[in-house]
Design a protein around this ligand. Structure first.
Ligand SMILES: Cc1ncc(C[n+]2csc(CCOP(=O)(O)OP(=O)(O)O)c2C)c(N)n1
Ligand SMILES: [Mg+2]
Length: 891
């Protein structure tokens, strides 16, 4: 019983609060944290039962997740690590400054790495395992931090000055360094391209899952390797960055660690000026089931927080928005004292022993190696869930006036002499004032303590990172018999190329040599493509197996999930599936296992939907097969504008190492896949394939003699005319499911109009185009030598008559080879928006059915004066074509 009456309600509140806290402290001391957790849960339940609405929060206070008492002692030498880090900082900045000294600045970034240096250095000295370790890590370095990664390699002695000098000048003699992580350009160094923001994080998630897949299927020994993904806080706005985080927690990927550099800034300004990105990300990741470790405050803050019995400081920390925190970073200590601490005399009192300069220098968590070390240690030891580390830093840290914390800092590429001198002095770099203007590179000699320390640490951790090396042995090849039945044709039975593909895939899965290496990937479309038999044959991969009884258990083809299942069933997720495709298609280098991915998807949702990931796959030197299913603008009936694909072969053309084919027949598909496996996995070429497969069924013919070369190069004569001596001649090109229309046109032209037409199957306009230009280029550069003749010209130079092509894709595809033909080509194609219609109507609408092929041929012959115009005109009427019909390309 109190004998002094409280003065007012506020005082009662304060007393009550104190009593509750004291009680809690007592429970904490006597029973420990678990008891406190239980009590709090009971309290919350009790309150809810009594009608109290408890607001949901996935957040913890704005302080470090790991308290100082729980920190481990950091091994190694703080001092040497600090020296090394300073040198890495210096050379990273110097290489960008030097690259931009010339009038024609070549760009680069200083401030991203400046903010992330500690995050990387702690990794290099204590965590990142190289490929000589059985637990080799997979590391996605943030693209814009590349100068720091190059600088590290230089300080370690992996690069010399010439490399740094040639930053962003990779065509210089002796080689240079690419702007960002590009395995295509630096195949011995970079492993994973990240600079298209958002693609690194999603690939990291699927890569961590793929490591598990390899282990669960016995293709790789179990290991303790981790996947690290370093990303910017601004980058988390990309849907790809956070879009797949629930997969990681669902699959319990405790081999995955995200490190988000929360410098609170992106390119233009603050990431969340009016909010707190760290708290926002914490809630998102905690809500998704991740282990979240916030590293907000450096050691200097520990003593201040220890004094904060009433929670005033924590409360103050939590109420400041990021835009304001950024302001503190650029302001003086006096400003911080007044504006942050000055709101409450009790807060001011807490820092009265500190000078303004000391207040200004209180470090943040992401710049404190001990805090970062502890976060990494906790992350690598965490079991059962992936971890995200939210590390608070300052963008452009150390740049001072040159950009620290400023809104312009992302694009700061230059530093004047004075700024360089200040930077040099701050990090104690042994460069004299006389030399400073040149921004000279500097690294310690091999006999220095720093150098030895670095070398010893990297040796203990399994060698250099990043480092890319092809580790898999080439495979011996696939048994030829698998393909035989496809060369023979179906003897009149109807089949679609999709059905052919699925049959071929299921045979490949049974092959002794490569069966286990095949990785079928589907984004919830297996039934669409008639692949459900594979569920039972090889199982759907699920780390936890199948812990329920599937509804169709009593059927032959039940939905079988298994921990050693082979199919990656990714759900409705083309970006995730593509990430799996990249993981499986780069496994020959990353894991030394030659997995062969076959990713089959709705063709419209491939290049068009996730084209940038396909570009990253190309950069990554991914091998494998992309299968665009339900392809062809007029072959996919009923689905309409959003689904009907007449674009993808055009969109595939820009990808230099992607070979795209539009096969019409079973034998074409078999020849292409067989050769693809040879080129990629026997010969080790860094190419991949895009094949469209359709769902229209027709009889699959036997392979004509000698067709193989033409199928692979892009064109071969499928059916010669029966009227070779006819006065009017034509060459008809068809591809994919349009080829049967062209064959029908051949018949009509011969039987009704006496025109002798040869029919060619064009399996790949894009390959013909590339080869044609390769010849032209060579001829341009070798004017005195006999000219090379493109394959398409060789095939057609003596072919008589008019040239007409019909494609289920844009007309630009056939047009692309026009220049290498003896006479101009008439192109029919499917430019425009699709319609929800049946095949016949669609082909009429887009003017690619056999009637249009006939009319196009007759019209061309008429203009060539080989027949009377009236013949063509009459044909238009006879074939029931309205010449005034609207142009489908724009309707
Ligand atoms: C897909 C994509 N969009 C835009 C860019 C251009 N860009 C490069 S860095 C950057 C800002 C990065 O901010 P943040 O992710 O916070 O990284 P920080 O440099 O702050 O660590 C932008 C917009 C890009 N590289 N990729
Ligand atoms: Mg940022």
């Amino acid at each position: 019983m109190r004998n002094i009456a409280p003065k007012d309600a506020a005082e009662i509140d304060a007393i009550e609060r104190r009593e509750w806290l004291d009680s809690l402290d007592y429970v904490l001391q006597s029973g420990g944290p678990v008891k406190v957790q239980r009590l709090l849960r009971d309290l919350s339940q009790h309150a809810t039962e009594n009608g109290v609405k408890i607001p949901f929060t996935a957040n913890t206070p704005y302080v470090n997740t790991i308290s100082p008492e729980d920190e481990a002692l950091m091994p190694g030498s703080r001092e040497l690590e600090r020296r090394i880090k300073s040198l890495v900082r210096w050379n990273a900045a110097a290489m960008v400054v030097r690259a931009n000294k010339a009038d024609e600045g070549i760009g680069g970034h200083i401030s991203t790495f400046a903010s992330a240096a500690t995050l990387y250095e702690v990794g290099y000295n204590h965590f990142f395992r190289g490929h000589e370790s059985p637990d080799a890590d997979i590391i996605y370095f943030q693209g814009h931090a590349a100068p720091g990664i190059y600088s590290r390699a230089y300080v370690e002695g992996r690069f010399d000055e010439r490399h740094l000098e040639n930053f962003r000048r990779e065509m210089k003699e002796g080689g240079g360094l690419s702007s960002y992580p590009h395995p295509w350009l630096m195949p011995d160094f970079w492993e994973y391209p990240t600079v298209s923001m958002g693609l690194g994080p999603i690939q990291a998630i699927y890569s961590a899952r793929f490591s598990r897949y390899l282990e669960d299927r016995g293709l790789k020994p179990k290991s303790n390797s981790k996947v690290w993904a370093f990303l910017g806080d601004g980058e988390t706005d990309e849907p790809e960055s956070l879009g797949a985080i629930t997969l990681a927690s669902r699959e319990k990927l405790d081999n995955l660690i995200f490190v988000i550099n929360c410098n609170l800034q992106r390119l233009d300004g603050p990431v969340r000026g009016n909010g707190q990105i760290i708290q926002e990300l914490e809630a998102a990741f905690r809500g998704a089931g991740w282990n979240v470790i916030k590293v907000i405050w450096g050691r200097d803050w520990d003593a201040l927080l220890a004094k904060d019995r009433d929670g005033l400081l924590v409360k103050r920390m939590g109420e400041i928005v990021d835009g304001q925190y950024q302001k503190y970073a650029v302001e003086s200590g006096a400003y911080v004292r007044e504006h942050f601490w000055g709101v409450d005399p009790r807060l001011l009192d807490m820092v009265k022993h500190l000078t303004d300069d000391q207040l200004k220098m209180l470090t943040l968590g992401g710049h404190d190696p001990i805090k970062v070390y502890n976060a990494y240690k906790a992350a690598t030891e965490h079991k059962g869930a992936p971890t995200v580390i939210l590390a608070r830093t300052i963008k452009g840290y150390g740049l001072g006036e040159a950009g620290e914390g400023k809104n312009i800092t992302h694009q700061q590429k230059k530093m004047n002499d004075e700024e360089l001198r200040a930077f040099r002095t701050r990090f104690a770099i042994p460069v004299s004032d006389a030399e400073i203007a040149k921004a000279p590179f500097y690294r310690p000699n091999p006999d220095t303590e720093e150098f030895k320390y670095m070398a010893e640490r990297r040796a203990a951790l399994g060698g250099p990172v990043p480092s890319r090396k092809v580790r898999a042995e080439k495979i011996g090849g696939v048994a030829g018999e698998i393909f035989e039945e496809f060369y023979a044709g179906t003897e009149g039975r109807k089949a679609s190329t999709t059905m052919v593909f699925v049959r071929l895939l299921s045979k490949l899965l049974r092959d002794k040599e490569i069966g286990k290496l095949v990785v079928p990937i589907v984004p919830d479309e297996a039934r669409t493509f008639g692949m459900e038999a594979l569920f039972r044959q090889v199982g759907i991969y699920s780390h936890s197996g199948q812990v329920y009884e599937p509804v169709d258990m009593d059927t032959l083809l039940y939905y079988k999930e298994a921990s050693d299942g082979q199919i990656l069933e990714e759900g409705i997720n083309e970006a995730g599936s593509l990430s799996s495709f990249i993981a499986a298609g780069t496994s020959y280098a990353a894991h030394g296992v030659n997995t062969i991915p076959f990713f089959i998807f709705y063709s419209m949702f491939g290049f068009q939907r996730v084209g940038d990931l396909i570009w990253a796959a190309a950069d990554s030197r991914t091998r494998g097969f992309l299968l665009g299913g339900t392809a062809g603008r007029t072959t996919l009936a009923g689905e309409g504008l959003q689904h009907q694909d007449g674009n993808s072969h055009v969109l595939a053309l820009p990808v230099p190492n992607c070979l795209s084919y539009d096969p019409a027949f079973a034998f074409e598909l078999a020849v292409i896949i067989r050769d693809g496996i040879r080129r990629m996995y026997v010969d080790g070429e860094s190419v991949f394939y895009y094949l469209t497969v359709m769902n229209e069924q027709y009889a699959m013919p036997a392979m004509p003699e000698g067709a193989t070369e033409g199928i692979l190069k892009g064109i071969y004569k499928f059916k010669a005319t029966g009227l070779p001596k006819a006065k009017a001649r034509a060459q008809l090109f068809g591809s994919g499911a349009i080829l049967p229309e062209v064959l029908k046109a051949q018949e009509v032209l011969e039987s009704q109009y006496g025109v002798g037409a040869d029919v060619w199957s064009v399996t790949s306009y894009t390959e013909l185009y590339r080869e044609g230009h390769a010849c032209d280029r060579w001829n341009m550069l070798h004017p005195a030598e006999p000219a090379k003749v493109p394959f398409v010209t060789q095939a057609l130079k003596d072919a008589p008559g008019v040239f007409v092509a019909a494609s289920d894709y844009l007309k630009v595809l056939p047009d692309s080879i026009d220049r290498w033909l003896p006479r101009p080509l008439v192109a029919l194609g499917t430019d425009g928006f699709g319609r929800s219609e049946n095949r016949a109507s669609l082909r009429e609408f887009f003017e690619v059915d056999h009637r249009y092929v006939v009319v196009a041929t007759l019209s061309a012959l008429a203009r060539d004066k080989k027949i009377e115009p009236k013949v063509a005109q009459d044909a238009i009427a006879a074939l029931n074509i309205n010449p005034e019909k609207a142009n489908p390309a724009i309707s």
